[in-house]
Design a protein around this ligand. Structure first.
Ligand code: NDP
Length: 282
C-alpha cells in the first residue's frame, strides 16, 4: 500500500514558516508583503479560489487587496488597474484570477503585469527564466509539487519522470522543474500514442489532465511515486483526481490524495512568492 503524500500536512508546516518570516519582516521593516488579487466577473469557482487566497494571506499576515471588477469591465479598464498596481510600492504581488471573460485577452493581461510582481509566474519573462535559470518566481502548482517531493525526501535525480498534460500552468513548467532536478522527463498529452506504455515506465508520474479517475494501477509501474494534480467535480458533488486513487494506491510507493494533496500546496507557494517579491524590494 502506498504512503500518502499529505499536502495538508506539508502546507501547514510551510505556512507556519511563512507566518514567522512575515512577522520578522514586520518587525524589521515596519511593513508586510502585499498581494493584490483581481477578480473580473462573478464565476462561482473563481470566487471560491479568490476567497481562499485572501483567507490564506490573512492566516500568515500578508496584506491582501481584493479587487472585484464587474463582468463588463473592458480590457482597457483592466489594463489601467494593473498599471496602477504595478506602480504601487505597497503591492508586491499581482494576481489576475483566470479565466477572464471572453472579451479580454488573457495574454495581454498577463504580459501587462510587472514581471517583478508576477507571483503566478505566468509572464513570459518569468517563464523564460524557468528555462534558462535565474528565476525569481516559480509557477505555484509545479513548485508546490517539488516542495512535496523534497519534504518526503523523494530524489528526482536520474529518475524516469512522466508528466501527463502540457498546459502552461502545470504540465510544461512541471516538466522543466523535474528536468532541473536531473530527472529524465517525458511529456504526454492528448495526442500521445500508447499513453499507458509510457506512464508504466515512470518512477515519478505527474498527472494533470482534468479527466476523473483516468489512470489506474494498470498505468502505473509498481513502486512509482504518483502525483495527482487533477481536481474534478463529480455529478454527486464530490471531488476526484485524474488518478483512480483506490486502484493506484495498491501499486504506488507514494501517492497524493485528492483533495488534500497538491491543492493546498498551490496557494502556499503563492504566499511564498509574495514574500519573495517583497524581499526583492527591501
Ligand atoms: P488544461 O485543460 O489546460 O490541460 C490539460 C492537458 O491534459 C492538456 O495538455 C491536454 O492535452 C492533456 N490531456 C487531456 N486529455 C488527455 C488525455 N486523454 N490523455 C492525455 N492527455 C490529455 O488543464 P490544467 O493543466 O490547467 O489542469 C489539469 C488538471 O489539474 C485539472 O483537473 C485542473 O483542475 C487541475 N489543477 C489543479 C491545480 C491544483 O492546485 N491542484 C492547479 C491547476 C490545475 P492537449 O494539450 O493535447 O490538449
Amino acid at each position: 500500500m502506498a504512503e500518502l503524500i499529505s499536502g495538508k500536512l506539508v502546507s501547514s508546516w510551510k505556512r507556519e514558516q511563512i507566518k514567522a518570516q512575515v512577522e520578522e519582516l514586520r518587525e524589521k521593516h515596519g511593513a508586510v508583503p502585499g498581494l493584490a488579487v483581481i477578480l473580473v466577473g462573478s464565476d462561482p469557482a473563481s470566487s471560491v479560489y479568490v476567497r481562499n487566497k485572501h483567507r490564506a494571506c490573512a492566516e500568515v499576515g500578508i496584506r491582501s487587496i481584493e479587487i472585484l471588477m464587474p463582468e463588463e469591465t473592458t480590457e482597457a479598464e483592466l489594463l489601467e488597474k494593473i498599471r496602477e498596481l504595478n506602480d504601487d510600492p505597497a503591492v508586491n504581488g499581482i494576481l489576475v484570477q483566470l479565466p477572464l471573460p471572453g472579451h479580454i485577452s488573457e495574454e495581454k493581461v498577463i504580459n501587462s503585469i510587472s514581471a517583478a510582481k508576477d507571483v503566478d509566474a505566468f509572464h513570459p519573462e518569468n517563464v523564460g527564466r524557468i528555462v534558462t535559470g535565474g528565476y525569481k518566481f516559480l509557477p505555484c502548482t509545479p513548485a508546490g509539487i517539488i516542495t512535496l517531493l523534497d519534504y518526503y525526501k523523494i530524489d528526482v535525480t536520474g529518475k524516469r519522470c512522466v508528466v501527463v498534460g502540457r498546459s502552461n500552468i502545470v504540465g510544461k513548467p512541471m516538466a522543466l522543474l523535474l528536468l532541473e532536478r536531473n530527472g529524465t522527463v517525458t511529456v504526454c498529452h492528448s495526442r500521445t500514442k500508447n499513453l499507458t506504455d509510457i506512464t508504466r515506465e515512470a518512477d515519478i508520474l505527474v498527472v494533470a489532465i482534468g479527466r476523473p479517475n483516468f489512470l489506474g494501477k494498470d498505468a502505473i509501474k509498481p513502486g512509482a511515486v504518483v502525483i495527482d494534480v487533477g481536481i474534478n467535480r463529480l455529478p454527486d458533488g464530490s471531488l476526484a483526481g485524474d488518478v483512480d486513487f483506490a486502484s493506484a494506491e495498491q501499486v504506488a510507493s507514494y501517492i497524493t490524495p485528492v483533495p488534500g494533496g497538491v491543492g493546498p500546496m498551490t496557494i502556499t507557494t503563492l504566499l511564498q512568492n509574495t514574500v519573495n517579491a517583497f524581499l526583492e524590494t527591501v
